[in-house]
Design a protein around this ligand. Sequence first.
Ligand code: ACK
Length: 216
Amino acid sequence: VSLEDAYLPFYFGWFLRHTFQDELEGVAKGFLKTLDSLEAFKKHLSDFPREGEDVVKVEQYFQHTGPLHCTTKFCDYGKAAGAKEYAKSQVVQQSYGSMTELKLQALFLTPRTLGARVALTQEQLQLWPSDPKEEAGSNLPPGSRAHITLGCAQGVEPVQTGVDLLQILQLQQQGQEGEKVEDLELGPLSYYGNGIWVLSLREPIIGPALFSSFHG
Ligand code: ACK
């Protein structure tokens, strides 16, 4: 085993600059606070699991640890299919350590995860690997799954955020618009049933991120 092979990361991705991370965490916090105060949201609170008689406060419901990022390739230290090929590819080698700008187009929330949808540029898509989950049984374009996990419910793994996003995009593709519930300062808020909420950002949130890897 060469040194290079022995050190495949947990994942590759774009890591938000700390100023951008702080900004986005502030936006997410404000979004949750707003939701907690909305009658329409309270009406659907039974979508969320609750313990005993405690009313769910979404402000305290989601947790995240580690740096905010948009995963490109989950490598699992080399155990994931295609990890080595990805790490060795020319585009990855050339882009490693370079800055880019990530454009966020929506925030979404489910009883499992809280995330931001990332709109990738053509250049960023060069770093997007083929993704069987993204491609399976749908005709969603490559990069559809791109997201930043902002938090997970207790006991939920962050991989779920991308799964939840793909489900939302599939609903939209099937012609479900969601029920437009409220016009918030950041944009229109829609409810898709089963505790799924989407805030389409009127103005995309844009900020700097570094293409790098996480080794854990
Ligand atoms: O929030 P995320 O994109 O979802 O960032 C984390 C990161 O890798 C470290 O856990 C993502 N992740 C975990 N497992 C997978 C997987 N099987 N496929 C794609 N992404 C994954 C997770």
